[in-house]
Write a protein that binds this ligand. Structure first.
Ligand SMILES: Cc1nc(C(=O)O)sc1CCOP(=O)(O)O
Ligand SMILES: C=C1C=NC(C(F)(F)F)=NC1=N
Ligand SMILES: [Mg+2]
Length: 540
């Protein structure tokens, strides 16, 4: 049977490991359960077996796979693959070079390659379609399974870079699976975020070891994973509406505020010390209920309070483990998280912290200033190479494309704040994909801006940007079922800028501006007549 041209075998790819078998199971019994439950591809990966045992085991599994018409791949051991008539081989970067492998195994066997760098994609593209048939993109997350792996987890963003490279080098014959630390909590997010920037390619499947091999119920684990793969939406915000079609109106803003007043959302702030007091007062002025808590053990209770929302501002000094726990908790109960990557590219420490959090969670909104958004999009001067740094694009155009890129790559509502605030919705309605993407790229996304003249005083007070985060979290958190997340984010920005304008006109200095900003948020919220708001919303 020649599976080489089969492209739908990569959906759920089991890689075996006999070092983690639960009591009373064998490698064969685990594989048998998984194959019967619908696994689409099997790889025997035995780093420590003697050849004789390896061959005996592989022959037994081959017989099973033949019966269920599931292709069998052998990891690394070309000789064993040939000896047992396997359907393919998988080799890593440090194993036999690909051209040699193809010469040995002939034209009918599948060849898989472990890939973690775009230079490796360039290489496979140069070899052309007769060599590498699929790649394992990894390691996505930390894994205990691959011993002493020197690989730094690349996260969904790393996988996007590999998918983009496949498109760039036109390796359209090459299939892809993600691998490394894949489990129920992160698989939907990986399938949701990992699409190429031209929208034409997504992962063809996922590959895992411990989720099945270490499971006492390998059939149940397999069936659950298949359900995940067959679902087409990632409902990380429960019953909230992720479709942003029409341009939000003042009627929509009125509706958002009415829901805040009715639902009085709890907004948990994990934020920097300077922002805590002001953020709490802004949240109260909006009719929402703030809690400033960084206690890891209570986040599980807080996120379950009705209409809870999390504002994660990484200026906070809370330990990374607490931040990860908070993100996982709010994602688990599908409650919104607003992420403010403070000082994203200012220091390596901050960049690593922000990148880690961004790869561990799904965010309703990512809000930053232009430096942070440009950094996130990889468009800031430090990451721009050579001639690009003096690109002719105006600052506004650069900021808009950065906002689009952040919205697209993180599948979030990206907000870039400044004198003009830019908003771009990259959620594609929560739809997630296998093999082909949404067909939408960053440039196809809607982009809006909000303006209300020059308010220099905004920059003269602490935590004005951070407190826009409090405002967004309050309005999104207050939404009732089917509430529009996009409308709530836009409402927050128009409201906040309008209050800033009123606060600036007539203040005596930054002190009274501070107080007047809260006063005007308080008044505009309670009057709730957005037709009077001065800030202008425009679709670009
Ligand atoms: C076999 C393998 N290859 C990886 C790579 O990054 O190339 S990670 C990995 C182990 C994946 O095991 P688990 O699903 O238990 O995390
Ligand atoms: C190291 C590996 C990386 N990826 C894969 C696969 F997922 F199958 F592509 N298998 C491996 N053995
Ligand atoms: Mg900020």
């Amino acid at each position: 049977m020649n599976y080489r041209k089969d492209t739908d075998v990569y959906k759920l790819y089991l890689v075996t490991d006999s070092g983690m078998l639960p009591e009373g199971t064998t490698l064969f019994s685990q594989v048998e359960k998984a194959v019967k439950a619908g696994i689409t591809l099997v790889q025997i990966r035995e780093k420590d077996s003697d050849t004789k045992d390896f061959i005996a085991e592989a022959l037994e599994v081959k017989k099973l796979c033949n019966e269920y018409k599931v292709p069998l791949i052998i990891n690394d051991r070309i000789d064993v693959a040939l000896a047992i008539g396997a359907d393919g081989v998988h080799v890593g970067q440090d194993d036999m070079p690909i051209p040699m492998v193809r010469d040995l195994v002939g034209p009918d066997m599948i060849i898989g390659w472990s890939v973690g760098k775009t230079s490796e994609v360039q290489q496979l593209a140069e070899w052309g379609p007769d060599y590498v048939d699929y790649i394992g993109i990894g390691t996505l997350f930390p894994t205990e399974t691959k011993k002493n792996s020197k690989k730094v987890p690349m996260g969904p963003q790393g996988a996007i870079r590999i998918l983009d490279a496949l498109q760039e080098y036109k390796a359209d014959w090459c299939r892809t699976v993600g691998i490394g630390g894949l489990h129920a909590p992160n698989i939907p997010r990986v399938l949701y975020q990992c699409t190429s920037s031209d929208g034409k390619r997504a992962l063809d499947g996922i590959s895992l070891v411990s989720d099945i091999m270490a499971s006492p119920t390998a059939d149940v684990a397999t069936k659950r994973l298949l359900e995940f793969l067959d679902d087409t939406t990632y409902s990380y915000l429960g019953d909230l509406n992720l479709q942003s079609n029409d341009e939000p109106t003042s009627h929509d803003f009125h509706d958002v505020l009415a829901q805040v007043a009715k639902n009085r959302p709890l907004v948990q702030h994990v934020t920097n010390k300077v922002h805590q007091n002001f953020g709490a007062n802004v949240t109260l002025a909006l009719g929402a209920s703030p809690i400033m808590s960084e206690i890891e053990s209570e986040v599980g209770e807080l996120c379950r309070i009705p209409n809870a929302a999390l504002l994660l501002n990484t200026g906070s000094v809370a330990p990374l483990s607490m931040l990860k726990t908070a993100v996982a908790a709010y994602n688990e109960v599908t409650r919104p998280i607003v992420f403010d990557p403070v000082g994203y590219s200012a220091t390596t420490t901050r960049r690593d912290l922000n990148d880690a959090l961004l790869s561990y969670g799904q965010y309703a909104c990512i809000k930053g200033n232009s430096g942070e958004i440009l950094g996130l999009a990889g468009l800031n001067s430090s990451s721009m190479k050579g001639v690009d740094a003096t690109s002719t694009a105006s600052d506004a155009e650069l900021i808009q494309s950065a906002t689009r890129i952040v919205a697209y790559r993180y599948k979030t509502i990206a907000v870039c704040t400044g004198e003009t605030d830019y908003i771009c919705d990259g959620t594609v309605g929560g739809r997630r994909f296998i093999s082909t993407g949404s067909g939408i790229g960053p440039d196809d996304l809607d982009m809006y801006y909000v303006q209300d003249g020059h308010i220099p005083m905004m920059g003269d007070i602490t935590a004005s940007g951070c407190s826009l985060g409090s405002t967004i979290a309050s309005l999104v958190g207050g939404l009732g079922p089917d509430g529009s997340v996009f409308n709530a984010v836009v409402a927050a920005i128009v409201l906040y800028k309008s209050a800033g304008r009123l606060a600036a006109d007539g203040c005596d200095g930054s002190g009274s501006f501070h107080v007047r900003l809260i006063d005007n948020l308080y008044k505009l919220t309670r009057v709730n007549n957005p037709d009077t708001w001065s800030a202008v919303l425009k679709k670009i």
